[in-house]
Ligand binder design. Structure first.
Ligand SMILES: [Zn+2]
Length: 482
């Protein structure tokens, strides 16, 4: 049950939390994972947060096949070069060698845009605002559960538009959706920005990103939204008759977020005891732990009181949804073990109820985020659950934000950049001349990459490029990243 040290060995801590909290496990093929019910329930909550917002912004879900003929991928040169090292190819099927190999989709721009060519003839057919929930395969040499797996679950939005302005607005809008889900649902503060050319999605004109900070001070790319321009329309022949009577190529976006977000959630909020789940994405809000008495009669009364308490909590709502309650009434496990397990699983509220408590009409109310214990009356316990869940949601966000603020440093020289990446770690923000040589130099010497160029801010960065001291054209945020 004891976890490896959160501060001394974060990777081991992560691995053990995932295992002991029963979130996921490795499967037979290297890099693949089994997502267990508790981990899947967290993913479902995140997925619902995304899906609701996709629909509210006018998108519809559809589904494309997972096999893509290799020749189709080869039509977009940059795209295929970017993904080729991670392809899984099917060469045999039905007992025969296939006439042409099939790629198991690493992402679906190619097959979708090849199909859009049939769907789009006129400006009246636009925009196409579609999303699919799917699995994709990118062969991984060094995998880690949720963060980097050979097969993962995600959504990919693929939209087609008449004009560049419209497509650009769409890419920005979906970045905002990702921000909302990260910050409002997952209580995980994120920076919004553009990627440099070196970090861009293969085939994109511009890649927008949300970047979060994990508790080991590494950055995590948590969702990306791409403005693809006309690259895919040209490669797959998606032309339409415009309002001006001329033929035009459609403008494209794509955007994706994956089960990696579950890994982000674990690492953004975890502590030495395990997970701390924000109530909006927690599968269980409240666990009731009955502490059985010395006799069967005492235990029976505790059990009944726990069930009544559970019914009262279940009757309350948190933000319009029923509060999810569990009673941990296993009689072969000691209460102390159950307490530790509920903390490991990150359940926001624990209610401890023993025979002596029952006699004085009291229950111990424990908040997972702060570990505070308070004795309250049984009647009031259920009443305070909804408001406390709201407080925990906010407290986890505030805590993560304070951590990020303490690990974001403004730098003006390479020396300062190097020092800041080392201590306090996290994000180091400073001027950049725009030269990929300077970007590569930092990566080589510090392992840090430019995570993003802020979307908003002063037109001109103050101060020079932190690497070469030439005039800066952009502000850049460097960090060591997952
Ligand atoms: Zn420079």
């Amino acid at each position: 049950m004891a976890l490896p040290s959160f501060t001394d060995d974060f990777p081991a801590w992560y691995q053990e939390v995932v295992r002991q909290a029963d979130l996921a496990e490795n499967s037979l093929v290297r890099g693949t994972m089994v997502i267990k019910p508790y981990g899947y329930a967290i993913w479902e909550a995140i997925r619902d947060g995304l899906d609701t917002r996709f629909k509210a912004t006018g998108h519809k879900n559809l589904y494309f096949p997972m096999f893509i003929p290799l020749r189709l991928l080869e039509r977009e040169k940059e795209h295929v070069e970017g993904f080729a090292p991670e392809f899984a190819l099917v060469t045999h099927a039905g007992g025969e060698e296939l006439g042409e190999p099939l790629v198991v989709r690493p992402t679906s721009e190619t097959i979708i845009w090849d199909t859009y060519a049939k769907w789009v003839q006129s400006y009246r057919d636009l925009p196409l605002l579609y999303n699919q929930w799917a699995n994709v395969v990118r062969w991984e040499m060094r995998s880690r559960l949720f963060l980097r797996t050979t097969e993962f679950l995600w959504q990919e939005g693929h939209t087609a538009h008449e004009t560049a302005d419209e497509a650009w607005a769409e890419a920005r809008q979906m970045l905002e959706v990702y921000r909302q889900v990260a910050e409002d649902e997952m209580a995980m503060p994120v920076f919004l920005g553009r990627k440099t050319a070196a970090e861009r999605f293969p085939g994109a004109e511009e890649t927008l990103t949300i970047e979060a900070l994990m508790r080991d001070r590494k950055a995590l790319q948590a969702g990306t939204s791409h403005y693809l321009g006309q690259n895919f329309a040209k490669a797959y022949g998606v032309r339409f008759l415009g309002r001006d009577g001329e033929q035009h190529f459609a403008e494209a976006t794509s955007w994706g977020a994956s089960t990696r977000l579950v890994g982000g959630l674990i690492m953004a909020h975890g502590d030495e005891k395990g997970l701390r789940l924000p109530p909006r994405v927690a599968p269980t809000h409240v666990v009731i732990v009955p502490i059985f008495g010395k006799t069967d009669e005492e235990s029976g009364r505790v059990r009944r009181a726990s069930e009544e308490l559970a019914a009262a909590v279940r009757a309350s709502t948190f933000e319009g949804r029923p509060v999810q309650v569990e009673i941990d009434d296993r009689d072969d496990v000691r209460p102390g073990y159950k307490f530790a397990e509920s903390e490991l699983r990150g359940i926001p509220i624990r209610l401890e109820l023993g025979f002596r408590d029952l006699q004085k009409d009291a229950v111990t109310f424990v908040r997972r985020d702060r570990g505070e214990k308070e004795e309250v009356t049984i009647v009031s316990a259920a009443d305070r659950v909804p408001a406390t869940l709201g407080e925990i949601q906010k407290a986890l966000y505030d805590d993560a934000l304070a951590f990020r603020d303490a690990h974001t440093t403004h730098v003006t020289t390479f020396e300062e950049l190097r020092n800041a990446l080392d201590d306090p770690g996290g994000f180091a923000i400073g001027g950049w001349c725009g030269d990929p040589v300077c970007e590569a130099k930092v990566k080589e010497e510090t392992k840090a990459t430019i995570r993003f160029l802020p979307l908003e801010g002063p037109d001109r960065p103050d101060g020079p490029c932190v690497v070469c001291a030439q005039a800066a054209v952009d502000t850049a945020a460097w960090a060591i990243a997952y």
